[in-house]
Design a protein around this ligand. Structure first.
Ligand code: ZN
Length: 204
């Protein structure tokens, strides 16, 4: 597709780097932005830029947050002895949508995957162990492993449970309402809600 402008071409190229956006869609977005007021486009650019400049990771659970400690971790309405370990931020949102879970979270930011070069130290495992070991900011009674039911998710759960066992904390995992091979974010709310309520001891 030959474009009549280098500037347009660059915009299309940038928009095309977004997941699921092909060149045609990128062009449609670029032409849409071209028709908008400058102020509207500036507002959009500002909002995107703030993702990098102003957004934090919660010091405690590593969820995205506008503050140093996220609203979930600072809420006194949550069961603070429960920590649910998930792969990513979308999983927290999925579990929160079920309205069945009242504990806290720990976002790993990935799962162990030798093929993708993701090792133990590339995700937030050490901070989880510290959190349980030191009972900081609150004592942890139960760790719920809510990881994807994939090889990588299983490997990660296995590794974490091995590290946690000596600390004497209760370790559970989701009941198998979640289909094997599914990411949590794609499970429907009822299934996911039941899975966390009916969680089971984690078996190595
Ligand atoms: Zn938090």
């Amino acid at each position: 597709m030959e474009l009549p402008s280098k500037i347009l071409e660059q915009a299309v190229e940038q928009l095309g780097t977004l997941p699921g956006v092909g060149k045609r869609t990128a062009l449609r977005y670029a032409l849409h932005l071209l028709r908008q007021d400058e102020l509207e486009v500036r507002d959009m650019c500002d909002a995107l830029l703030r993702l990098k400049t102003d957004l934090h990771r919660c010091r405690c659970c590593h969820n995205v947050s506008d503050t140093e400690v996220c609203p979930l971790c600072s809420s006194d309405k949550r069961q603070r002895g429960l920590v649910c370990v998930v792969e990513n931020v979308q999983d927290v949102m999925a579990l929160e949508n079920t309205q069945q879970y009242r504990g806290l979270y720990h976002v790993l930011g990935g799962v162990i995957s030798p093929i993708d070069g993701v090792g133990v130290n590339d995700i937030e495992i050490a901070s989880l162990l510290r959190r349980v070991e030191q009972g900081n900011p609150c004592p942890v009674e139960e760790v719920i492993l809510a990881l994807p039911t994939t090889m990588e998710g299983d490997t990660t759960g296995f590794y974490i449970s091995r590290q946690l066992r000596p600390l004497g904390v209760k370790i559970t995992t989701l009941a198998r309402g979640v289909a094997i091979g599914d990411n949590l974010e794609f499970a429907d709310e009822v299934t996911l809600g039941r899975s966390i309520v009916g969680r089971i001891p984690f078996e190595e």
